[in-house]
Design a protein around this ligand. Sequence first.
Ligand SMILES: [Zn+2]
Length: 325
Amino acid sequence: MALPELKRPLIIDQLEALLRRLPPQHPKRSDITDHLRRFNIGFAGEQSLDVQLSLLPDDLHIFRQITLQTSSTRETFQIDLLIISPRFVFIGEVKNMAGTLRFDLHHGQLVRTLDGVEDIFRCPVRQSERQAHHFTSWLANHVPANVPVLPYVLIANYQSKIEAPLDRSNIFHAANLPSVIVKLHENHKKNTLTKKEMEKVVRGIKEADMEAGADLLRRFHIHETELMNAMTCQTCEKGVLLRKKHSWVCSSCRYRSTQAHVEALHDLSMLIRRPLKRAELERLFSGIPRRSSLRLIRPWTFREGYMYTLEKNKLTEAVKNQSKT
Ligand SMILES: [Zn+2]
């Protein structure tokens, strides 16, 4: 079946942007790098599901990495794998973890043992149940039907060992996904969604999907001013980019770019939502005349009074086109 393209999670872009904007000696770098590594592993696990998903029947609708909002509390919730069938809704929390994974459902913990070291994580079963709960109420706002919403945990790493109570068949290796779906079809014989309702739900999800992005500065206790440094060279990671004629030149290696300021502004647009003062933005471009720095900022911002809001979509488009050339 035709598979939806798996988007790279925005948080990976945000964490990378944060690392590019922080000075090399910043104390939070190792923590951020560690987060980035974990999100990358998770994403690799998601990608490995492609094979299993291609084996599923055609009458299902598959969504991946969907971010929705509850209508009552406006709380956002993210579902790794969402499968809509006329008979049921499958909610999948995907974990790409190595080692022995022991699900302690009584205490709501996942205990991982890897190379003799034990680590405790939040229980993915609970996470999945919470998403199912939120999705059920989301669904109730769209269709009158009473559809069973079923929470599952998929382990994408085939070499990891799952230890879970035998009666919990909702935790399984991702390779079993096709057979789990077939079984669900057999167990739920009646269609609870009409064709029309199914279309309505699918359309509703597409419209509502919002890639929220995280407030990383708050999460890591980093102040915005800590990001407003002169632009460091991403090639040698040592030099500072200096404006010479109409391009940026690295003070250490020979790297030269005409667009480095667009990349820096794009990084900021992923991390800072509020409008900024001109003086704040100009800290990126120290050593160049104010009029020139305004010329660099103006095309990428929307001005209101003395405040400048970075135009994220425009910057993303520009950076994307640049990487193609
Ligand atoms: Zn350099």
